[in-house]
Design a binder for this molecule. Structure first.
Ligand SMILES: C[S@@+](CC[C@H](N)C(=O)[O-])C[C@H]1O[C@@H](n2cnc3c(N)ncnc32)[C@H](O)[C@@H]1O
Length: 215
């Protein structure tokens, strides 16, 4: 389970994962931030993305969720004085949100999901506002990340990305609308929008889920 891995390395995460500001800005600019009021940062980790989200959406309410309590604890300490952040330790693949978000961001998280298509479909169809957007983003190439995970630790060795065209086809087969997608030696991203769907296929709720609502 990747949760054990991330809890184990949480204290070193900020050292081993220095954010590349230029690339993060490039990736976040794939979203249109003019309407952002509520942002869901999935797999927030130690909160590396939070200052960037605040940059684009200074007054937004941010829901920061992570399956690893060790990661969230560090983020909470780092941003203890920040207002309008709601911290949740939970598995995004099991938690059902009744609240709606203008932006949902999965930065450096997607390979670690076990039910990728179902989870993204659920988030787009149930957790985005009508003109909301969801961004899957990485500041490294697919090849780099797949190699890193494969050789890093057995708990993440199968966590991988597939070619972006194939991933987009899978999403489109589920009725999800792609706003923009690209991959290179430097990045990998897919932006999805509810308003871009050709035909909506609403995925059923995952079994044994718990419920939570934005307060
Ligand atoms: C590679 S780290 C990235 C953390 C942060 N986004 C960053 O860029 O520094 C992946 C994070 O996703 C979290 N994660 C993995 N699977 C998750 C899930 N199903 N639900 C919530 N968080 C998850 C991990 O605990 C970890 O903190």
């Amino acid at each position: 389970m990747c949760v054990d891995f991330f809890n184990k390395i949480c204290r070193n995460w900020d050292e081993i994962s220095k954010p590349d500001s230029h690339k993060i800005h490039f990736l976040l600019q794939k979203l249109s931030w003019n309407v952002s009021k509520r942002v869901l940062d999935v797999g927030t980790g130690t909160g590396i993305l939070l200052p960037f989200i605040r940059h684009y959406s200074p007054k937004s309410l941010i829901q920061a969720i992570d399956i690893a309590d060790g990661m969230i604890d560090i983020a909470k300490t780092k941003y203890a004085k920040w207002k309008n952040i709601n911290w949740i330790v939970s598995d995004i693949e099991k938690q059902i949100y009744r609240g709606k978000f203008d932006q949902i961001i999965l930065y450096s998280v997607f390979p670690h999901l076990t039910r990728k298509t179902e989870t993204i479909s659920y988030l787009v169809n149930h957790c985005l506002t009508d003109d909301g957007e969801l961004l899957i983003a990485h500041a490294q190439s697919r090849e780099f990340l797949n190699h890193l995970h494969k050789h890093k630790d057995e708990r993440v060795s199968n966590d991988s990305l597939i070619e972006i065209e194939n991933q987009c086809s899978i999403f489109e087969q589920q009725g999800l609308g792609i706003i923009d997608a690209d991959e290179s030696d430097e990045y990998y991203y897919i932006a999805l929008g509810k308003a871009y769907a050709s035909s909506i296929t609403v995925m059923p709720a995952p079994p044994n889920c718990t419920c939570s609502s934005w307060k």
